[in-house]
Design a protein. Structure first.
Length: 91
């Protein structure tokens, strides 16, 4: 399996960093690093996340990484990280 980040997901990382860095740049960097590394565990277990039926027939799933929700899609041999946000955000 391969892991690919969509433009939306990369933009989400930047947005989250900018929001957190206002108060604490080191904490923002740690959070973004943790979120960036989290999808690598999906390479061994791509279907570990909860499947979201509203996206069927696509195989879109979600996992929680601390207080953040990460959505991803499994397509053949590629895992696409689609979006991520803090669970307290109004989504």
């Amino acid at each position: 399996m391969k892991l690919k980040w969509t433009e939306h997901a990369l933009s989400d990382l930047g947005r989250l960093y900018d929001f957190l860095a206002i108060r604490n740049r080191q904490a923002a960097a740690r959070t973004v690093r943790s979120l960036s590394e989290a999808p690598t565990r999906l390479l061994e277990n791509p279907r570990i996340g909860e499947r979201l039926s509203e996206f069927e027939p696509r195989e879109v799933r979600r996992v929680l990484v601390g207080g953040y929700e990460m959505r991803y899609e499994v397509r053949k041999s590629i895992i696409y990280v689609l979006r991520l946000w803090h669970t307290r955000e109004n989504r």
